[in-house]
Design a protein around this ligand. Structure first.
Ligand code: ADP
Ligand code: MG
Length: 356
């Protein structure tokens, strides 16, 4: 049977392994700092659960494998400069931007991009880390060591955030999930809802955009596209060459989850369209200690990652899926009582956006 090595051994790798089991595909996530090198066979496949990695004996060994899919896509998307250039080259809408190179100062950034600008580290940022606001009204400054290591993006006054997850198989067939509605608070994903009827009319345009990317990158597997909705148009925020947090709801709401799609595509199996079961919700568990009472909520599908507790860290998530959205709503009311205060607005946001 097929064996897939995953560079990185966080929760995404674990959920890929979980998804491989029913297909008898052995998915082996591997810690990039492991002491023991993986025993790679020529017919194995290699993928990654992160877009960037340091050079270690393990990553060197995996990188040399001829079946490392999308190998050249990772560095292109891991650097925000080359990622934004790709979007510009393909004529895909994205926030106006510039490189924060040596000669660039605050005044020139504001002159080019306006009063409100978001600086983003070129690489390594996630969950809103590696970002710095530059507002002319506050006289904000570029942080000391950010020159040459950041891009500047115009602040986008979007209506809301959405994402599209697509998969492409080895023969070039593409499949997409329904657009997902996302709530990010302080740069970190709190919750998602999908499918949402009122944004369904944007599906074709979102698929056109992501489809163009999948084709042009000759991509195999799952690719995620985060976007801003501005009225009836979409602007791409960023891309991730992997399974994505905004697709976790598919574990509950789709006959084929994003993890299974990625396993299928990498293993060389076909990626047929999935059946979407019913409206689905995902709530991220961020910095919250484990609470066994979550397991007593009917309908709650709990995923706990077993990571060390740290404030602001994603430690797990809970999925709900039901055609009876009033039922999901009351299950969320139960969950609300078991989560810290800062979850109240997120849960209310979900309840508001659940299509009856
Ligand atoms: P990360 O890798 O941390 O997810 P993102 O680029 O997605 O980085 O930024 C995180 C969040 O910050 C986004 O989901 C969005 O809420 C906000 N954000 C990002 N870019 C902009 C922008 N140009 N204007 C306004 N808000 C933004
Ligand atoms: Mg993001």
């Amino acid at each position: 049977m097929s064996k897939i090595w995953v560079l990185g051994d966080g929760q995404l790798g674990a959920m890929l392994r979980h998804a491989g089991m029913p297909l008898d595909v052995e998915v082996c996530p591997i810690d990039i700092n492991a002491d023991v090198l993986p025993e790679l066979s020529p017919e194995d496949k290699v993928t990654a659960e992160r877009e960037q990695w340091p050079s270690t004996p393990v990553t060197q060994a995996l990188e040399q494998h001829p079946n490392f899919l999308n190998r050249l896509v990772f560095p292109k998307l891991a650097d925000r400069v080359t990622q934004k250039q790709l979007l510009d080259d393909l004529d895909l809408s994205t926030a106006p931007w510039m490189v924060v190179s040596d000669g660039v100062d605050e005044a020139s950034i504001h002159q080019q991009l306006g009063d409100n600008v978001l600086l983003k580290r070129r690489s390594g940022g996630y969950d809103g880390r590696g970002q710095h606001w530059l507002r002319s009204c506050n006289n904000d400054k570029i942080p000391a060591d950010w020159h040459n290591h950041a891009i500047a993006e115009q602040a986008i006054n979007f209506d809301e955030e959405v994402s599209l997850i697509g998969a492409r198989d080895i023969k070039g067939n593409v499949v997409f999930f329904p657009i997902t509605l996302n709530l990010n608070t302080d740069g970190i994903l709190m919750a998602t809802v999908a499918p949402v009827d009122r944004i369904a009319h944007l599906q074709a345009e979102a698929e056109r955009m992501l489809g163009k990317l999948l084709e042009s990158l000759d991509y195999v597997g799952v690719l995620a596209m985060e976007a801003f909705r501005l009225g009836d148009s979409l602007m791409i925020n960023e891309l991730a060459p992997r399974v994505h947090n905004t697709g976790h709801w598919t574990q509950a709401g789709s006959s084929i989850s994003q993890f299974e799609y990625h396993v299928r595509a990498v293993a060389g199996y076909p990626t047929i369209p999935a059946q979407i079961k019913a409206p689905s919700v995902m709530i991220n568990l961020i910095g919250t200690p484990w609470d066994e009472r979550w397991l007593a909520i009917e309908g709650a599908e709990v995923y706990w990652y077993g990571k060390d507790h740290r404030p602001g860290r994603k430690l797990g998530h809970i999925n709900f899926c039901s055609s009876d959205t009033a039922q999901i709503s009351s299950q969320l009311d139960q969950l609300k009582d078991l989560l810290p205060e800062q979850y109240q607005p997120a849960i209310q946001w979900v309840q508001t956006n659940l299509t009856p």
